[in-house]
Design a binder for this molecule. Structure first.
Ligand code: UDP
Length: 319
């Protein structure tokens, strides 16, 4: 079995590559390095049997020789900081890039798995979020490049399934964390862990009462593998229902890293910052027999350990 993983040098993509290799797949990893990091994230698998790597941008057409059994699309900048600096790139990857990958999957008769996002729900008015909630997204808001990009991506996947009978899967990932996140990517866990390890205060946006539910990356990857092997065509939430306030998260990370600096509070940078987010994972439980296994404390402990090593070795070195 041979899989194409787009976004292979990114956070979730690099973990998926390692898992597929462990499971005996041949893997062709593709990345444009817009936000991915080859040495840090793929260093440990570059020499593994069955792994090939191609530097390419899926926004341009992608020629792949030989058969493919599965195509995984995990290629996109995903940090709210990127939503202002890389908005056109994000829209392109979810439109032109998607189109190219779906055509490739159709030509090769490969299964196609798209990693969508809880961002399709926007700032939700329904809590927790089930897959049949159609969302609350401002099409011209500051996050719209990502939110609408993912929504368009889902529409395109379903159109390929309905028109061409392609075997497609859509995973809606909720906040995912773990090793291989960019230390400077601006998302809340890398930010709080980096500042805690420097002995600096966590910078809380707003009053810290907004909530998120954080899923450790190994659990996410397990869900993706199960989803690929299922017949579920509708989107499925993959996330950890353990909902926490951002203030609570900062306190846990500071405890784990031994940081005694008090948190500081800043204005919310985006007016459309979602106030609450928590997945309803009934569908994943029922159809995939999946639920998260790694507790927040355990996952954050592993994450703090990894970031500590990155700080010691330098940002581009394998850990
Ligand atoms: N956040 C924060 N401090 C930071 C980074 C983020 O308080 O240094 C907040 C952010 O405003 C949001 C939450 O943490 O309410 C989660 O942000 P993140 O960027 O990780 O992802 P999102 O779920 O918003 O896409």
């Amino acid at each position: 079995m041979r899989a194409l993983v787009c976004g292979a040098a990114g956070f979730v993509g690099s973990h998926l590559v390692a898992r597929l290799l462990d499971d005996g797949w041949q893997v062709l990893g593709v990345d444009s390095f817009l936000t991915g990091n080859l040495r840090r994230n793929l260093g440990p698998v570059l020499d593994r049997t069955g792994f090939e790597f191609l530097e390419a941008d899926i926004v341009r057409s992608l020629a792949v020789a030989g058969p493919l059994d599965a195509v995984f699309h995990l290629a996109s900048p995903a940090s709210p900081a990127d939503f202002s600096s890389l908005q056109l790139e994000i829209l392109r990857v979810h439109s032109h890039g998607m189109w190219n990958l779906l055509e490739l999957a159709r030509t090769k008769q490969a299964r196609f798995l798209y990693t969508s996002s809880s961002e399709v729900y926007g700032d939700p008015e329904v809590h927790p979020q089930r897959e049949d909630y159609v969302g609350h997204v401002d099409p011209i808001g500051t996050r719209s490049c990502y939110d609408e990009g993912k929504r368009f991506g889902e529409a395109l996947v379903m159109a390929y399934h309905r028109r061409h009978g392609l075997r497609t899967s859509i995973a809606r990932l909720f906040n995912t964390y773990g090793p291989h996140m960019r230390p400077d990517d601006g998302r809340v866990i890398p930010s709080f862990v980096s500042s805690a390890l420097r002995g600096e205060p966590a910078r809380i946006h707003g009053d810290g009462s907004q909530t998120r539910s954080f899923c450790y990356v190994d659990d996410t990857v397990e869900g993706l593998c199960r989803l690929l092997n299922s017949d579920l065509r509708e989107p499925v939430n993959l996330g950890n229902p353990d909902e926490r306030t951002i203030l609570e998260l900062a306190e846990i990370i500071n405890d784990l890293a031994g940081n005694e600096a008090d948190c500081v509070f800043r204005e919310l940078p985006h007016a459309d910052d979602p106030k609450r987010r928590q997945p309803d994972i009934t569908r994943a439980r029922r159809h995939l027999g999946w639920e998260p296994r790694v507790s927040l404390l355990d996952g954050l402990g592993r994450t703090v350990g990894w970031f500590r090593q990155v700080m010691d070795k330098g940002p581009d070195e394998p850990v």
